[in-house]
Design a binder for this molecule. Sequence first.
Ligand code: PSU
Ligand code: MN
Length: 311
Amino acid sequence: MTDFRISYGTEVAVALRDGRPVVALESTIVSHGLPRPQNLRVAREIEQAVRDAGAVPATIGMIGGELVVGLDDAQLTRLATVDGVTKLSVRDLAVAAATGADGATTVAATSAVAAAAGIGVFATGGLGGVHREAAHTFDESADLVTLAQTPITVVCAGVKSILDVGATLERLETLGVAVIGYRTRRFPGFYLTDAGFDLDWSVDSPEQVAAVLAARDEHAVHTGGLLVANPLPVDEQLDPELHDRTLAEGLARLERDGVTGKAVTPYLLAYFHAATEGASLAVNVRIILRNADLAARIAVAAVARTSAVPA
Ligand code: PSU
Ligand code: MN
C-alpha cells in the first residue's frame, strides 16, 4: 500500500498507543453525502454513537493538504461547511496532499488510510459499487478494488439501489471481499431492508465478527477487506413505493443533466434528500448511527479477544 504521512487527533493517538478500540469514519458522507446544515450535526452524532458503545471515533479527512486521522471539531466543521472540499478517493490523496487541498475521504480512501494507521474497523452508511450503466461507462467505485487489498472491516447497510446491486455483489466475490450479513442472509439495500439477493454467511454478534477477524489474521492467507452488512429493521425502512418512484425520477434526471464520473453518487444522494422531503435523510441518519454502534461493538470485541489470549 501507499505510505501516507498521517497526523493524528490526540485522543485517537492515545487510544491506538494503548490498544483501545477505535472506529474509523469517513468524511465524504459529511461533505457530499448529507445535505447542509444537518450534515455537521449528524457527523457529531455518529462520533457520539461510537463513544456510547465504548470506542474512540476517528473521522478521517484532509485539511490543507494534511491527512488527519481523528479530525477535531473545528476540522470537522470545516469539511462540513466550507465550499470547495474535494471528494478524495485513494488515487487523489497524494495529489491533494501536495497541493494543500481540503478534502473528504471516500470509503476507499478512508479504508486505505485507516488500515495504514492500524485501525481495523470502519463504519459508514452505504458502500460505493457498480453503477447501473457500468457495462458502457465502466463506472465502478474504487471502493470495491480498494477493499480487495485492504485489511479493514467495513460495517455498512449494503449499497443503495442507485447502483447495480447484483453486479456489485458479483464484483465483491471476484475481488475476494467477504460479505457477512448481520443477523440476516439477505443483502440490504440501504434505504430498503432487503435488496433482493441472498448472502452465504450470517453472524449474530460482534464477538462472531471478532472471531472471523482473528481467523483471518491467524491464517494470513488472504488479508483483504470484510463487509458486515447491517440492515435496517423492516418497520424502519423507507417506504418502498416512495423509494422506487424517487429512484426512477433521479436516474432519469441524471441522464437528462448529463452527470458523469465522481459527481454521479452525490447527485443522486442530493436528489433523494430533496425529493423525499427529509424522509430519506431520517432513514439515512438512522442507518449510520446503527452502523457506528455495531462497528464500535465489533472493535470492542476484537480488543477483548486479543487481551484475553496470553501472548
Ligand atoms: N453511497 C452512499 N452514501 C455515500 C457514498 C456512497 O450511500 O455518501 C459516498 C462514499 O464516500 C463512497 C462514495 O465511498 O460515495 C462512492 O463514490 P463513487 O461512486 O464516486 O466511488
Ligand atoms: Mn465512479
